[in-house]
Design a protein around this ligand. Structure first.
Ligand SMILES: [Zn+2]
Length: 77
């Protein structure tokens, strides 16, 4: 009995990493929306705080994508 006849069987780890990337990216977009909503409302201090959160979540999003790239390269999946 063959394990699977589907050519591109989804690797569990890969699926997990894609989910991580999706979550991190959603969080990044959420902070960008906060930044946008703050136009005309936020003080300079508020802006700096949200801007820092945007940067943090952006880096996290990039890191999770890098993890996915590394996994695909190492695993060949
Ligand atoms: Zn894999």
């Amino acid at each position: 009995m063959p394990k699977s006849t589907v050519p591109n069987e989804v690797c569990d780890q890969k699926a997990h990493l894609v989910n991580e990337y999706e979550t991190a990216t959603a969080e990044y977009l959420r902070t960008v929306r906060v930044l946008k909503r703050g136009i005309g409302i936020h003080t300079r201090e508020d802006y700096e705080e949200v801007r820092a959160a945007v940067e943090r979540t952006r880096v996290r999003s990039e890191d999770t994508l890098q993890d996915l790239d590394n996994h695909i390269w190492e695993h060949g999946c």
